[in-house]
Write a protein of this length. Structure first.
Length: 609
Protein backbone atom coordinates (compact mmCIF):
# COMPACT_ATOMS: atom_id res chain seq x y z
CA UNK A 1 0.00 0.00 0.00
CA UNK A 2 2.50 2.60 -1.19
CA UNK A 3 -0.21 5.26 -1.50
CA UNK A 4 -1.58 4.59 2.03
CA UNK A 5 -5.16 4.49 0.74
CA UNK A 6 -4.99 8.07 -0.51
CA UNK A 7 -7.59 7.31 -3.18
CA UNK A 8 -10.00 6.08 -0.47
CA UNK A 9 -9.95 8.79 2.20
CA UNK A 10 -8.37 11.97 0.84
CA UNK A 11 -11.15 13.15 -1.49
CA UNK A 12 -8.40 14.23 -3.92
CA UNK A 13 -7.14 16.77 -1.38
CA UNK A 14 -3.63 15.31 -1.43
CA UNK A 15 -1.43 13.65 -4.02
CA UNK A 16 1.90 11.84 -4.03
CA UNK A 17 4.58 13.37 -6.21
CA UNK A 18 8.38 13.02 -6.11
CA UNK A 19 8.06 10.66 -3.17
CA UNK A 20 6.26 13.24 -1.01
CA UNK A 21 2.67 13.97 -0.09
CA UNK A 22 1.49 17.31 -1.42
CA UNK A 23 -1.58 19.49 -1.28
CA UNK A 24 -3.56 19.03 -4.50
CA UNK A 25 -4.25 22.74 -4.74
CA UNK A 26 -2.73 25.69 -6.60
CA UNK A 27 1.08 25.65 -6.13
CA UNK A 28 0.83 22.18 -4.54
CA UNK A 29 3.28 22.52 -1.62
CA UNK A 30 4.55 19.41 0.11
CA UNK A 31 3.69 18.80 3.74
CA UNK A 32 7.34 18.02 4.41
CA UNK A 33 8.43 21.44 3.13
CA UNK A 34 5.80 23.19 5.25
CA UNK A 35 6.88 21.16 8.29
CA UNK A 36 10.56 21.93 7.74
CA UNK A 37 9.82 25.65 7.36
CA UNK A 38 8.02 25.63 10.71
CA UNK A 39 10.77 23.64 12.42
CA UNK A 40 13.31 26.19 11.19
CA UNK A 41 11.65 28.47 13.77
CA UNK A 42 13.00 26.17 16.52
CA UNK A 43 9.62 24.48 16.91
CA UNK A 44 9.73 20.92 18.22
CA UNK A 45 7.06 18.40 19.07
CA UNK A 46 3.84 17.84 17.12
CA UNK A 47 2.28 20.57 15.00
CA UNK A 48 -1.25 21.04 13.73
CA UNK A 49 -1.72 22.45 10.25
CA UNK A 50 -4.98 24.04 9.13
CA UNK A 51 -5.91 24.37 5.46
CA UNK A 52 -8.93 26.68 5.20
CA UNK A 53 -9.38 26.03 1.48
CA UNK A 54 -10.47 22.49 2.36
CA UNK A 55 -13.30 23.89 4.49
CA UNK A 56 -14.48 25.98 1.57
CA UNK A 57 -14.30 22.95 -0.69
CA UNK A 58 -16.58 21.00 1.66
CA UNK A 59 -19.07 23.84 2.11
CA UNK A 60 -19.21 24.41 -1.65
CA UNK A 61 -19.70 20.67 -2.22
CA UNK A 62 -22.52 20.49 0.31
CA UNK A 63 -24.43 23.40 -1.24
CA UNK A 64 -23.70 22.34 -4.82
CA UNK A 65 -25.09 18.82 -4.42
CA UNK A 66 -28.19 19.98 -2.56
CA UNK A 67 -28.85 22.69 -5.13
CA UNK A 68 -28.40 20.09 -7.88
CA UNK A 69 -30.90 17.74 -6.19
CA UNK A 70 -33.37 20.60 -5.71
CA UNK A 71 -33.30 21.42 -9.42
CA UNK A 72 -33.52 17.78 -10.51
CA UNK A 73 -36.53 17.10 -8.26
CA UNK A 74 -38.30 20.39 -8.96
CA UNK A 75 -38.15 21.06 -5.24
CA UNK A 76 -39.65 24.36 -4.10
CA UNK A 77 -37.82 24.81 -0.81
CA UNK A 78 -34.33 26.16 -0.21
CA UNK A 79 -31.24 24.60 1.29
CA UNK A 80 -29.47 26.04 4.37
CA UNK A 81 -26.67 24.78 6.56
CA UNK A 82 -25.12 25.64 9.90
CA UNK A 83 -21.89 24.47 11.51
CA UNK A 84 -22.22 22.89 14.98
CA UNK A 85 -19.65 24.60 17.17
CA UNK A 86 -19.23 21.52 19.38
CA UNK A 87 -17.29 19.92 16.51
CA UNK A 88 -14.46 22.47 16.78
CA UNK A 89 -14.65 25.72 18.75
CA UNK A 90 -10.99 26.66 18.32
CA UNK A 91 -10.65 30.28 17.10
CA UNK A 92 -8.91 29.72 13.77
CA UNK A 93 -11.14 26.78 12.92
CA UNK A 94 -14.25 28.91 13.53
CA UNK A 95 -12.68 31.81 11.62
CA UNK A 96 -12.06 29.50 8.66
CA UNK A 97 -15.65 28.23 8.79
CA UNK A 98 -17.22 31.69 8.90
CA UNK A 99 -14.96 33.34 6.31
CA UNK A 100 -14.98 30.43 3.87
CA UNK A 101 -18.75 30.01 4.26
CA UNK A 102 -19.77 33.66 4.08
CA UNK A 103 -20.75 33.63 0.40
CA UNK A 104 -23.15 30.75 1.13
CA UNK A 105 -24.74 32.41 4.20
CA UNK A 106 -23.38 29.47 6.15
CA UNK A 107 -24.42 29.77 9.81
CA UNK A 108 -23.54 28.37 13.23
CA UNK A 109 -25.21 26.02 15.72
CA UNK A 110 -24.79 26.35 19.48
CA UNK A 111 -25.39 23.82 22.23
CA UNK A 112 -24.37 25.76 25.34
CA UNK A 113 -24.36 29.32 26.67
CA UNK A 114 -20.71 29.85 25.75
CA UNK A 115 -21.29 28.50 22.24
CA UNK A 116 -24.34 30.72 21.85
CA UNK A 117 -22.32 33.80 22.78
CA UNK A 118 -19.68 32.68 20.29
CA UNK A 119 -22.32 32.16 17.60
CA UNK A 120 -23.83 35.60 18.25
CA UNK A 121 -20.41 37.22 17.90
CA UNK A 122 -19.16 35.24 14.88
CA UNK A 123 -22.19 34.48 12.69
CA UNK A 124 -22.12 36.54 9.49
CA UNK A 125 -25.05 38.92 9.00
CA UNK A 126 -27.99 37.17 7.39
CA UNK A 127 -26.81 33.67 8.30
CA UNK A 128 -28.76 31.32 10.52
CA UNK A 129 -28.15 30.40 14.15
CA UNK A 130 -29.74 27.30 15.57
CA UNK A 131 -29.67 26.47 19.28
CA UNK A 132 -29.88 22.87 20.47
CA UNK A 133 -29.29 21.06 23.75
CA UNK A 134 -30.73 21.59 27.21
CA UNK A 135 -31.38 25.20 28.18
CA UNK A 136 -32.24 27.21 31.28
CA UNK A 137 -34.00 30.57 31.43
CA UNK A 138 -30.76 32.52 31.04
CA UNK A 139 -29.78 30.65 27.89
CA UNK A 140 -33.25 31.13 26.43
CA UNK A 141 -33.09 34.85 27.23
CA UNK A 142 -29.77 35.01 25.37
CA UNK A 143 -31.67 33.64 22.36
CA UNK A 144 -34.17 36.50 22.70
CA UNK A 145 -31.27 38.97 22.83
CA UNK A 146 -29.86 37.45 19.64
CA UNK A 147 -33.22 37.87 17.89
CA UNK A 148 -33.50 41.44 19.12
CA UNK A 149 -29.96 42.08 17.81
CA UNK A 150 -31.03 41.06 14.31
CA UNK A 151 -29.87 37.45 14.18
CA UNK A 152 -31.94 34.89 12.31
CA UNK A 153 -32.03 32.52 15.29
CA UNK A 154 -34.08 29.40 15.99
CA UNK A 155 -34.28 27.95 19.50
CA UNK A 156 -35.00 24.23 19.32
CA UNK A 157 -36.91 22.96 22.33
CA UNK A 158 -35.84 19.60 23.75
CA UNK A 159 -38.75 19.26 26.17
CA UNK A 160 -42.01 20.90 27.20
CA UNK A 161 -40.28 22.58 30.15
CA UNK A 162 -38.13 24.60 27.76
CA UNK A 163 -41.20 25.67 25.80
CA UNK A 164 -42.86 26.83 29.01
CA UNK A 165 -39.75 28.88 29.79
CA UNK A 166 -39.82 30.45 26.31
CA UNK A 167 -43.45 31.42 26.88
CA UNK A 168 -42.53 32.81 30.30
CA UNK A 169 -39.69 34.94 28.88
CA UNK A 170 -41.93 36.15 26.03
CA UNK A 171 -44.59 37.19 28.55
CA UNK A 172 -42.17 38.97 30.87
CA UNK A 173 -40.10 40.84 28.26
CA UNK A 174 -40.88 43.13 25.40
CA UNK A 175 -37.97 42.12 23.15
CA UNK A 176 -38.29 40.14 19.96
CA UNK A 177 -39.24 36.46 20.25
CA UNK A 178 -36.91 34.18 18.28
CA UNK A 179 -38.01 31.47 15.90
CA UNK A 180 -38.94 28.25 17.68
CA UNK A 181 -38.10 24.73 16.61
CA UNK A 182 -39.26 21.39 17.99
CA UNK A 183 -36.86 18.50 18.22
CA UNK A 184 -38.81 15.34 17.51
CA UNK A 185 -38.04 11.99 19.08
CA UNK A 186 -38.20 9.60 16.16
CA UNK A 187 -38.83 5.90 16.35
CA UNK A 188 -36.02 5.55 13.78
CA UNK A 189 -32.43 5.30 14.94
CA UNK A 190 -29.16 5.71 13.10
CA UNK A 191 -26.21 3.42 12.47
CA UNK A 192 -22.67 3.17 13.76
CA UNK A 193 -21.09 4.27 17.04
CA UNK A 194 -23.47 7.20 17.52
CA UNK A 195 -26.73 5.40 16.63
CA UNK A 196 -28.14 6.09 20.10
CA UNK A 197 -28.68 9.74 19.05
CA UNK A 198 -31.95 8.54 17.49
CA UNK A 199 -34.67 6.14 18.52
CA UNK A 200 -37.31 6.21 21.24
CA UNK A 201 -34.70 6.00 24.02
CA UNK A 202 -32.70 8.93 22.65
CA UNK A 203 -31.53 11.68 25.00
CA UNK A 204 -33.34 14.51 23.18
CA UNK A 205 -36.68 15.25 21.58
CA UNK A 206 -40.43 15.28 22.06
CA UNK A 207 -42.70 12.30 21.58
CA UNK A 208 -45.82 12.53 19.40
CA UNK A 209 -47.94 13.26 22.47
CA UNK A 210 -45.57 16.00 23.62
CA UNK A 211 -45.52 17.53 20.13
CA UNK A 212 -49.31 17.86 20.21
CA UNK A 213 -49.09 19.42 23.67
CA UNK A 214 -46.41 21.84 22.45
CA UNK A 215 -48.64 23.02 19.59
CA UNK A 216 -51.47 23.60 22.09
CA UNK A 217 -49.19 25.60 24.40
CA UNK A 218 -47.91 27.72 21.52
CA UNK A 219 -51.45 28.40 20.29
CA UNK A 220 -52.63 29.41 23.77
CA UNK A 221 -49.65 31.77 24.17
CA UNK A 222 -50.25 33.25 20.71
CA UNK A 223 -46.78 32.07 19.64
CA UNK A 224 -47.73 29.44 17.06
CA UNK A 225 -46.55 31.77 14.30
CA UNK A 226 -43.05 31.57 15.83
CA UNK A 227 -42.90 27.80 15.23
CA UNK A 228 -40.82 27.57 12.06
CA UNK A 229 -38.80 24.37 12.27
CA UNK A 230 -38.84 20.73 13.24
CA UNK A 231 -35.52 19.07 13.95
CA UNK A 232 -34.18 15.55 14.24
CA UNK A 233 -30.76 13.92 14.47
CA UNK A 234 -30.11 10.20 14.21
CA UNK A 235 -26.38 10.14 14.82
CA UNK A 236 -22.94 11.36 13.83
CA UNK A 237 -20.86 9.70 11.09
CA UNK A 238 -23.77 7.66 9.72
CA UNK A 239 -22.38 4.50 8.17
CA UNK A 240 -25.57 3.47 6.36
CA UNK A 241 -28.02 5.67 4.46
CA UNK A 242 -31.04 3.39 4.94
CA UNK A 243 -31.84 4.59 8.51
CA UNK A 244 -31.74 8.19 7.29
CA UNK A 245 -34.33 7.46 4.63
CA UNK A 246 -36.58 5.87 7.22
CA UNK A 247 -36.14 8.86 9.55
CA UNK A 248 -36.89 11.29 6.72
CA UNK A 249 -40.23 9.58 6.02
CA UNK A 250 -41.14 9.73 9.68
CA UNK A 251 -40.09 13.37 10.12
CA UNK A 252 -41.61 14.45 6.81
CA UNK A 253 -45.00 13.06 7.77
CA UNK A 254 -44.86 14.74 11.18
CA UNK A 255 -44.07 18.02 9.44
CA UNK A 256 -46.98 17.61 7.04
CA UNK A 257 -49.39 16.77 9.87
CA UNK A 258 -48.33 19.84 11.84
CA UNK A 259 -48.92 22.03 8.79
CA UNK A 260 -52.41 20.59 8.45
CA UNK A 261 -53.03 21.34 12.14
CA UNK A 262 -52.54 25.06 11.53
CA UNK A 263 -48.81 25.56 12.05
CA UNK A 264 -48.81 27.93 9.09
CA UNK A 265 -45.39 29.47 9.79
CA UNK A 266 -43.71 26.08 9.92
CA UNK A 267 -41.35 26.16 6.93
CA UNK A 268 -38.19 24.14 7.69
CA UNK A 269 -37.00 20.62 8.44
CA UNK A 270 -33.60 20.38 10.09
CA UNK A 271 -32.17 16.92 9.48
CA UNK A 272 -29.28 17.45 11.93
CA UNK A 273 -25.79 16.19 11.23
CA UNK A 274 -24.40 12.77 10.52
CA UNK A 275 -23.02 13.15 7.00
CA UNK A 276 -19.99 10.85 7.08
CA UNK A 277 -16.46 11.24 5.83
CA UNK A 278 -14.00 8.43 5.18
CA UNK A 279 -11.41 7.67 7.85
CA UNK A 280 -10.34 4.22 6.68
CA UNK A 281 -7.37 3.51 4.43
CA UNK A 282 -8.47 0.09 3.20
CA UNK A 283 -11.32 -0.65 0.82
CA UNK A 284 -12.69 -3.59 2.82
CA UNK A 285 -13.09 -1.45 5.96
CA UNK A 286 -14.69 1.66 4.46
CA UNK A 287 -16.83 3.44 7.00
CA UNK A 288 -19.95 4.41 5.03
CA UNK A 289 -21.91 3.19 2.02
CA UNK A 290 -23.07 6.40 0.32
CA UNK A 291 -21.76 9.55 -1.34
CA UNK A 292 -22.64 13.21 -0.76
CA UNK A 293 -24.58 13.04 -4.03
CA UNK A 294 -26.70 10.10 -2.86
CA UNK A 295 -27.19 11.73 0.54
CA UNK A 296 -28.48 15.03 -0.85
CA UNK A 297 -30.56 13.38 -3.58
CA UNK A 298 -32.23 11.04 -1.08
CA UNK A 299 -33.12 13.87 1.30
CA UNK A 300 -34.64 16.09 -1.39
CA UNK A 301 -36.45 13.31 -3.24
CA UNK A 302 -38.06 11.82 -0.13
CA UNK A 303 -39.21 15.13 1.30
CA UNK A 304 -40.63 16.17 -2.07
CA UNK A 305 -42.47 12.86 -2.39
CA UNK A 306 -44.03 13.14 1.07
CA UNK A 307 -45.07 16.77 0.66
CA UNK A 308 -46.50 16.18 -2.80
CA UNK A 309 -48.52 13.24 -1.50
CA UNK A 310 -49.78 15.25 1.49
CA UNK A 311 -50.33 18.35 -0.69
CA UNK A 312 -48.13 20.44 1.61
CA UNK A 313 -45.67 23.10 0.46
CA UNK A 314 -42.06 21.98 0.36
CA UNK A 315 -40.06 22.97 3.47
CA UNK A 316 -36.62 24.54 3.49
CA UNK A 317 -33.98 21.95 4.33
CA UNK A 318 -31.37 22.54 7.04
CA UNK A 319 -28.34 20.41 7.84
CA UNK A 320 -25.94 20.62 10.77
CA UNK A 321 -23.12 18.50 9.38
CA UNK A 322 -19.90 19.49 11.14
CA UNK A 323 -17.58 16.53 10.70
CA UNK A 324 -18.08 16.64 6.92
CA UNK A 325 -17.12 20.31 6.85
CA UNK A 326 -14.00 20.51 9.05
CA UNK A 327 -12.48 17.04 9.56
CA UNK A 328 -10.27 17.20 6.48
CA UNK A 329 -8.94 20.72 7.07
CA UNK A 330 -6.55 19.79 9.91
CA UNK A 331 -3.48 17.55 9.75
CA UNK A 332 -1.39 16.53 12.75
CA UNK A 333 2.33 16.16 12.03
CA UNK A 334 4.35 14.17 14.55
CA UNK A 335 8.09 13.48 14.40
CA UNK A 336 9.27 9.92 14.96
CA UNK A 337 11.76 9.94 17.83
CA UNK A 338 12.90 6.35 17.83
CA UNK A 339 12.59 3.00 16.08
CA UNK A 340 12.94 0.31 18.67
CA UNK A 341 14.81 -2.04 16.31
CA UNK A 342 17.59 0.49 15.81
CA UNK A 343 19.65 -1.53 18.30
CA UNK A 344 19.75 -4.28 15.66
CA UNK A 345 21.92 -2.26 13.26
CA UNK A 346 24.99 -4.07 12.01
CA UNK A 347 27.31 -1.38 13.38
CA UNK A 348 26.37 -2.65 16.85
CA UNK A 349 27.89 -6.09 16.19
CA UNK A 350 30.61 -7.10 18.66
CA UNK A 351 32.37 -9.81 16.69
CA UNK A 352 35.07 -11.66 18.59
CA UNK A 353 38.32 -13.13 17.29
CA UNK A 354 36.80 -16.56 17.94
CA UNK A 355 32.98 -16.92 17.67
CA UNK A 356 30.65 -19.88 18.19
CA UNK A 357 30.18 -21.86 14.94
CA UNK A 358 26.51 -20.81 14.59
CA UNK A 359 27.50 -17.13 14.78
CA UNK A 360 30.08 -17.69 12.04
CA UNK A 361 27.39 -19.34 9.92
CA UNK A 362 25.03 -16.40 10.49
CA UNK A 363 27.77 -14.00 9.41
CA UNK A 364 28.16 -15.98 6.21
CA UNK A 365 24.41 -16.18 5.57
CA UNK A 366 24.10 -12.42 6.05
CA UNK A 367 26.97 -11.74 3.64
CA UNK A 368 25.90 -14.14 0.88
CA UNK A 369 22.14 -13.52 0.97
CA UNK A 370 20.64 -12.83 -2.47
CA UNK A 371 17.30 -13.03 -4.23
CA UNK A 372 17.77 -16.65 -5.23
CA UNK A 373 18.76 -18.08 -1.85
CA UNK A 374 17.08 -15.69 0.58
CA UNK A 375 14.19 -17.96 1.59
CA UNK A 376 16.51 -20.91 2.24
CA UNK A 377 18.97 -18.73 4.17
CA UNK A 378 16.12 -17.15 6.10
CA UNK A 379 14.99 -20.57 7.27
CA UNK A 380 18.55 -21.42 8.30
CA UNK A 381 18.87 -18.16 10.21
CA UNK A 382 15.64 -18.68 12.13
CA UNK A 383 16.71 -22.21 13.00
CA UNK A 384 20.13 -20.97 14.16
CA UNK A 385 18.45 -18.34 16.33
CA UNK A 386 16.44 -20.96 18.21
CA UNK A 387 19.57 -23.04 18.75
CA UNK A 388 21.58 -20.04 19.96
CA UNK A 389 18.88 -19.02 22.45
CA UNK A 390 18.92 -22.55 23.83
CA UNK A 391 22.71 -22.43 24.14
CA UNK A 392 22.47 -19.10 25.96
CA UNK A 393 19.92 -20.51 28.43
CA UNK A 394 22.28 -23.44 29.09
CA UNK A 395 25.24 -21.13 29.62
CA UNK A 396 27.30 -22.17 26.57
CA UNK A 397 27.37 -18.74 24.91
CA UNK A 398 27.61 -15.28 26.49
CA UNK A 399 25.56 -12.09 26.16
CA UNK A 400 27.75 -10.71 23.35
CA UNK A 401 27.09 -13.86 21.32
CA UNK A 402 23.36 -13.56 21.92
CA UNK A 403 23.40 -9.88 20.89
CA UNK A 404 25.32 -10.71 17.71
CA UNK A 405 22.83 -13.47 16.89
CA UNK A 406 19.86 -11.15 17.32
CA UNK A 407 21.42 -8.45 15.12
CA UNK A 408 22.39 -10.87 12.36
CA UNK A 409 19.05 -12.68 12.26
CA UNK A 410 17.22 -9.36 12.26
CA UNK A 411 19.42 -8.16 9.38
CA UNK A 412 18.78 -11.36 7.39
CA UNK A 413 15.01 -11.02 7.86
CA UNK A 414 15.05 -7.37 6.75
CA UNK A 415 17.14 -8.16 3.69
CA UNK A 416 14.83 -11.04 2.76
CA UNK A 417 11.79 -8.76 3.07
CA UNK A 418 13.35 -6.24 0.69
CA UNK A 419 14.57 -8.87 -1.77
CA UNK A 420 11.10 -10.42 -1.96
CA UNK A 421 9.06 -7.22 -1.65
CA UNK A 422 7.76 -7.57 -5.22
CA UNK A 423 6.68 -11.20 -4.68
CA UNK A 424 6.15 -11.69 -0.93
CA UNK A 425 5.38 -15.15 0.38
CA UNK A 426 2.82 -15.93 3.08
CA UNK A 427 5.69 -16.81 5.40
CA UNK A 428 7.35 -13.43 4.88
CA UNK A 429 4.10 -11.59 5.46
CA UNK A 430 3.67 -13.46 8.74
CA UNK A 431 7.22 -12.50 9.68
CA UNK A 432 6.48 -8.87 8.86
CA UNK A 433 3.61 -8.89 11.31
CA UNK A 434 5.53 -10.82 13.97
CA UNK A 435 8.57 -8.53 13.81
CA UNK A 436 6.63 -5.31 14.22
CA UNK A 437 8.57 -2.11 14.45
CA UNK A 438 7.63 0.27 17.26
CA UNK A 439 7.73 3.91 16.15
CA UNK A 440 7.90 6.36 19.07
CA UNK A 441 6.13 9.56 18.04
CA UNK A 442 6.55 12.94 19.70
CA UNK A 443 2.85 13.41 20.42
CA UNK A 444 0.08 12.41 22.81
CA UNK A 445 -2.74 10.24 21.50
CA UNK A 446 -4.89 11.37 24.44
CA UNK A 447 -4.38 15.02 23.51
CA UNK A 448 -4.44 14.93 19.71
CA UNK A 449 -6.38 11.74 18.81
CA UNK A 450 -8.76 11.16 21.73
CA UNK A 451 -11.36 9.39 19.59
CA UNK A 452 -8.81 6.69 18.81
CA UNK A 453 -8.27 6.06 22.52
CA UNK A 454 -11.91 6.47 23.58
CA UNK A 455 -13.88 5.06 20.65
CA UNK A 456 -11.44 3.08 18.53
CA UNK A 457 -11.87 5.64 15.73
CA UNK A 458 -9.26 5.15 13.03
CA UNK A 459 -7.47 8.01 11.32
CA UNK A 460 -5.51 7.92 8.06
CA UNK A 461 -1.78 7.78 8.83
CA UNK A 462 1.13 8.07 6.42
CA UNK A 463 4.70 9.40 6.29
CA UNK A 464 5.41 12.69 4.58
CA UNK A 465 8.16 11.32 2.33
CA UNK A 466 9.86 8.12 1.12
CA UNK A 467 6.59 7.51 -0.75
CA UNK A 468 8.46 6.28 -3.81
CA UNK A 469 9.69 3.30 -1.76
CA UNK A 470 7.63 0.33 -0.59
CA UNK A 471 7.07 0.43 3.20
CA UNK A 472 7.86 -2.97 4.67
CA UNK A 473 7.84 -2.55 8.44
CA UNK A 474 4.63 -3.60 10.19
CA UNK A 475 4.17 -0.58 12.43
CA UNK A 476 2.85 0.04 15.91
CA UNK A 477 2.95 3.64 17.09
CA UNK A 478 3.82 4.57 20.66
CA UNK A 479 3.22 8.07 21.98
CA UNK A 480 5.34 9.73 24.69
CA UNK A 481 2.74 9.58 27.47
CA UNK A 482 3.43 7.44 30.50
CA UNK A 483 0.47 5.19 29.69
CA UNK A 484 0.32 1.83 27.94
CA UNK A 485 -2.92 2.90 26.23
CA UNK A 486 -0.94 5.54 24.34
CA UNK A 487 -0.39 3.19 21.43
CA UNK A 488 -1.84 2.69 17.97
CA UNK A 489 -1.41 -1.03 17.61
CA UNK A 490 -0.74 -2.90 14.40
CA UNK A 491 -4.08 -4.22 13.16
CA UNK A 492 -4.12 -7.08 10.64
CA UNK A 493 -7.50 -5.86 9.33
CA UNK A 494 -6.12 -2.34 8.85
CA UNK A 495 -2.38 -2.90 8.50
CA UNK A 496 0.00 0.06 8.61
CA UNK A 497 3.44 -0.44 7.07
CA UNK A 498 6.13 2.22 7.39
CA UNK A 499 9.71 2.67 6.25
CA UNK A 500 12.92 1.50 7.82
CA UNK A 501 14.84 4.76 8.26
CA UNK A 502 18.00 5.81 10.07
CA UNK A 503 16.93 8.55 12.45
CA UNK A 504 20.55 9.47 13.09
CA UNK A 505 20.73 10.69 9.52
CA UNK A 506 17.26 12.11 8.82
CA UNK A 507 13.96 13.08 10.38
CA UNK A 508 10.89 10.96 9.68
CA UNK A 509 7.47 12.59 10.08
CA UNK A 510 4.06 10.97 10.21
CA UNK A 511 0.90 12.77 9.14
CA UNK A 512 -2.43 12.04 10.87
CA UNK A 513 -5.28 13.18 8.65
CA UNK A 514 -8.96 14.11 9.08
CA UNK A 515 -8.34 15.29 12.66
CA UNK A 516 -10.23 18.58 12.35
CA UNK A 517 -13.49 17.36 13.94
CA UNK A 518 -13.82 16.85 17.71
CA UNK A 519 -10.18 15.89 18.36
CA UNK A 520 -9.07 19.34 19.52
CA UNK A 521 -12.02 20.02 21.78
CA UNK A 522 -12.01 16.53 23.29
CA UNK A 523 -8.23 16.36 23.73
CA UNK A 524 -7.15 15.85 27.33
CA UNK A 525 -4.02 17.01 29.12
CA UNK A 526 -2.95 13.49 30.11
CA UNK A 527 0.56 13.73 31.62
CA UNK A 528 0.05 17.50 31.17
CA UNK A 529 0.76 17.41 27.44
CA UNK A 530 -1.20 20.22 25.87
CA UNK A 531 -2.48 21.34 22.47
CA UNK A 532 0.36 21.34 19.91
CA UNK A 533 1.55 24.43 18.08
CA UNK A 534 -0.91 25.21 15.30
CA UNK A 535 -0.58 27.08 12.02
CA UNK A 536 -2.91 28.13 9.24
CA UNK A 537 -1.56 27.58 5.72
CA UNK A 538 -2.85 29.82 2.94
CA UNK A 539 -1.91 28.54 -0.50
CA UNK A 540 -1.68 30.70 -3.63
CA UNK A 541 -0.81 29.91 -7.23
CA UNK A 542 2.87 30.57 -6.64
CA UNK A 543 3.58 30.02 -2.94
CA UNK A 544 2.12 29.41 0.50
CA UNK A 545 1.93 31.53 3.63
CA UNK A 546 2.18 30.33 7.23
CA UNK A 547 -0.08 32.50 9.43
CA UNK A 548 -2.07 32.45 12.66
CA UNK A 549 0.57 30.75 14.80
CA UNK A 550 -0.83 29.60 18.13
CA UNK A 551 1.93 28.46 20.42
CA UNK A 552 1.48 25.46 22.64
CA UNK A 553 1.21 26.32 26.33
CA UNK A 554 4.52 26.32 28.12
CA UNK A 555 5.05 24.24 31.26
CA UNK A 556 4.15 27.04 33.69
CA UNK A 557 1.01 27.89 31.71
CA UNK A 558 -0.05 24.24 31.73
CA UNK A 559 0.32 24.08 35.52
CA UNK A 560 -1.52 27.39 35.90
CA UNK A 561 -4.42 26.13 33.74
CA UNK A 562 -5.17 23.36 36.26
CA UNK A 563 -5.01 25.63 39.30
CA UNK A 564 -1.38 25.99 40.32
CA UNK A 565 0.26 29.35 41.01
CA UNK A 566 2.95 29.54 38.36
CA UNK A 567 4.81 32.33 40.18
CA UNK A 568 4.94 30.28 43.36
CA UNK A 569 6.30 27.26 41.50
CA UNK A 570 8.85 29.31 39.56
CA UNK A 571 10.05 31.20 42.62
CA UNK A 572 10.39 28.00 44.66
CA UNK A 573 12.52 26.31 42.00
CA UNK A 574 14.75 29.35 41.55
CA UNK A 575 15.15 29.92 45.29
CA UNK A 576 16.15 26.31 45.90
CA UNK A 577 18.73 26.54 43.13
CA UNK A 578 20.05 29.90 44.31
CA UNK A 579 20.52 28.54 47.85
CA UNK A 580 22.46 25.50 46.64
CA UNK A 581 25.93 25.20 48.19
CA UNK A 582 27.27 22.59 45.78
CA UNK A 583 27.93 24.75 42.71
CA UNK A 584 29.70 28.03 41.93
CA UNK A 585 27.90 31.31 41.31
CA UNK A 586 28.61 31.03 37.59
CA UNK A 587 27.19 27.51 37.52
CA UNK A 588 24.13 28.77 39.41
CA UNK A 589 23.56 31.53 36.86
CA UNK A 590 24.00 29.16 33.93
CA UNK A 591 21.63 26.61 35.49
CA UNK A 592 19.05 29.28 36.34
CA UNK A 593 19.09 30.40 32.70
CA UNK A 594 18.45 26.83 31.55
CA UNK A 595 15.68 26.41 34.10
CA UNK A 596 14.04 29.61 32.88
CA UNK A 597 14.26 28.35 29.28
CA UNK A 598 12.75 24.96 30.12
CA UNK A 599 9.87 26.45 32.11
CA UNK A 600 8.90 28.54 29.12
CA UNK A 601 8.90 25.68 26.61
CA UNK A 602 6.07 23.25 25.98
CA UNK A 603 6.22 19.78 27.47
CA UNK A 604 6.91 17.85 24.27
CA UNK A 605 10.33 16.30 23.73
CA UNK A 606 13.10 18.14 21.92
CA UNK A 607 15.35 15.23 21.02
CA UNK A 608 14.98 15.57 17.23
CA UNK A 609 17.42 17.86 15.43
Amino acid sequence: MTNFGLDIWSNKNFIIEDGQIKLNYKCMPSLLKITEDIRDRDIRGPILLRFPHLIKKQIRSLYWYFDKAIKENNYKGNFNAVFPLKVNQFPYAVEAVTTQGEEFNYGLEAGSKAELILAMSKTPNGSNITVNGFKDKEMIFLGFIAAQSGHNITITIEGLGELETIIEVATESKIKVPNIGIRIRLHSSGSGVWAKSGGMDAKFGLTSTEILEAVSLLREADLLNNLTMIHFHIGSQMSDIAPLKKALREAGNIYAELKKMGADSLNSINIGGGLAIEYDQHTHTKGHNYSIEEFSSSVVFLLADIMNTKKVSHPDIFTESGRFIVASHAVLIAPVLELFSQDYQEQHLRIKDKNPPLIEELLELNQLLNNKNCIEYLHDALDHMESLLTLFDLGYIDLKDRSNAEILVHSIIKKALYLKSATPTDELERLQEKLQERYLINASIFQSLPDYWGLGQNFPIMPLNHLDATPLRAASLWDITCDSDGEIVFNQDRPLYLHDVNLDEEDYFLGFFNVGAYQETLGMNHNLFTHPNEYTINISDSDYEIINEVESKNILEILSSIGYDENEISNKLKTDLANSIFITEQEKNDTLAKLELYLNQNGYLRTTL
